[in-house]
Write a protein that binds this ligand. Structure first.
Ligand code: 5GP
Ligand code: ZN
Length: 143
């Protein structure tokens, strides 16, 4: 399924140009138009899903496989020392384009960036009981 208003659907459909670095029937990857580092790449399912929760598990696994291969290819291509691989899942997490996409952001020693821990706000101070309850609730929500 495609959404006419979605910029990534337009890229998938070939209506908007992109620097495509990978494509198969299910997934596609292209360079970010406003890169945070050389080689910054986005990996998307071809079908339009807004958030990770909406993506069927087989598609998610396929996209992760592409992300895994591209993480290596991108780092080698730009001679990176590492990468942050992440999804902004939902507007509260900073997602601006509502079509699921994984970022591969190459990192270089001394580049002045931060680890993924820097994305959240103030750290909560959780008691052992609260941590136990959260863990139990997550466990009970699994499929
Ligand atoms: P988000 O904040 O949704 O996780 O990230 C969206 C990303 O998409 C941003 O890094 C932004 O630079 C990139 N982006 C937005 N519009 C376009 C576009 O038209 N083409 C490409 N290649 N990247 C885009
Ligand atoms: Zn879309």
């Amino acid at each position: 399924m495609s959404n006419d208003d979605c910029i990534f659907c337009q890229i998938v459909n070939g209506d908007v140009p992109s620097r495509t670095v990978f494509e198969d029937d299910t997934a596609m990857a292209f360079l970010d138009a406003n890169p945070l580092a050389p080689g910054h790449t986005l990996v998307v399912p071809k079908r339009h899903y807004e958030t990770l929760e909406a993506v069927p598990e087989d598609t998610a696994a396929h996209v992760f496989g592409a992300l895994h291969r591209l993480n290596t290819a991108v780092q080698h291509a730009v001679d990176a020392d590492g990468a942050n691989v992440a999804f902004n899942d939902g507007p509260a997490a900073g997602q601006e384009v509502p079509h699921v996409h994984g970022h591969v952001i190459p990192r270089f020693e001394g580049d002045g960036g931060n680890p993924v821990h820097a994305v959240a706000g103030e750290r909560p101070n959780l008691s052992d009981d609260e941590l136990d309850e959260i863990a139990e609730t997550i466990h009970s929500q699994r499929d």
